[in-house]
Write a protein that binds this ligand. Structure first.
Ligand code: UDP
Ligand code: MG
Length: 308
């Protein structure tokens, strides 16, 4: 029988792990004649009792395992650690807060049997989400799909069922700065999507603030597009051409009409404009260099302190 590995990154999820496990085990019982389940929880440096809860459930059930990081490394690191540890023929990634409904697994598995390599999930709507957040999310997806050749689906969650082959391909991407939404899509394969209504997390709090989401989306741009660099280049090119026209204008006027004008204010504005452009371009280049710096250090993405 085929084995399904379920990877669950956890950060401060002491309240949700048990309900999550219970809900998923119901689905496990329903699918028992098709698949065996295996759980890999990754404790991402939680500050609450998550680790104790994980130790407990792991000793209670043979098919529940956990990894515990030495500190908080972020959800991307948790995902990577879980995928590396997973040895199933099929692998799925789920949040611990039951925002990813386990009941969907049956429908997703049916699609895998139809021949798809990946079955992703997307939210049918953004109900229950603050308006400003939806607006930013929509803008992000629109913009990144304009400028990046890797397609990213609006509303797609990390919750996805993948074959062994797909996961191996994802693990072949050795970059240290991991933007999973992009990596999942970059590897390609035949992807089907299942839509469902947005759910609220059952307990605890989201660990994403508006600013951390904004920073995350910046990572998406830098990791999956050269557009910011091109923007800097075009802006530089544009102002260079404008300055050539300006020089021509000044020279021709000097030779024809003669004299010079009082232009203190306009001069200062232009200097500020050019200075600003240069700093902006430097900043953009700096962002990419910082990424290169992080990549070349080849530090491990996570450190495991305890396994069970
Ligand atoms: N998570 C994690 N490390 C972090 C932040 C979050 O492993 O640094 C996990 C978290 O426990 C949850 C999943 O990632 O299982 C999604 O997090 P959350 O529910 O806070 O995000 P949201 O659903 O609001 O996007
Ligand atoms: Mg959540």
């Amino acid at each position: 029988m085929k084995k399904l590995s379920i990877v669950v990154p956890c950060y401060n999820e002491e309240l949700t792990i048990v309900p999550f496990l219970e809900a998923t085990q119901k689905v496990e019982a329903l699918m028992a004649n098709e698949l065996t389940f295996d759980y890999i929880f990754v404790n991402d440096g939680s500050k609450d009792r998550t680790l104790e809860v994980l130790r407990e459930v792991a000793s209670k059930f043979d098919n529940v395992h956990y990894l515990s990081f030495s500190r908080n490394f972020g959800k991307e690191a948790g995902l990577l650690a879980g995928l590396e540890a997973a040895d199933g023929d099929l692998i799925t990634v789920m949040d611990a807060d039951l925002q990813d409904p386990p009941e969907l697994l049956q429908e997703m598995y049916a699609k895998i049997q139809e021949g798809y390599d990946v079955v992703g999930t997307r939210r049918a709507d953004r109900k229950g989400e603050p308006l400003i957040r939806s607006l930013f999310a929509k803008t992000f997806y629109w913009l990144i799909n304009q400028i990046s050749s890797t397609e990213m689906v609006d509303g797609a969650r990390d919750f996805r069922l993948m074959t062994r082959q797909v996961v191996d391909s994802i693990l072949d991407l050795k970059e240290v700065n991991r933007f999973s939404k992009g990596l999942f899509s970059w590897v390609g394969y035949d992807v089907a999507y299942v839509a469902y209504e947005n759910r609220e997390r059952i307990a605890g709090e989201t660990s994403w603030s508006f600013w951390s989401l904004l920073r995350y989306s910046m990572d998406g741009f830098i990791n999956f597009s050269e557009a910011p660099l091109n923007l800097a280049m075009w802006a530089g090119g544009g102002s260079f051409i404008a300055s050539l026209l300006g020089i021509a204008f000044v020279v021709i006027r000097k030779l024809t009409i003669g004299g010079s004008i009082a232009g203190w204010a306009s001069l200062v504005t232009i200097i500020l404009f050019i200075g600003g452009l240069q700093l902006l371009a430097l900043g953009i280049i700096g962002k990419y260099i910082a990424k290169i710096f992080l990549e070349t250090k080849k530090r491990p993405v996570y450190l495991v302190k305890e396994k069970g």
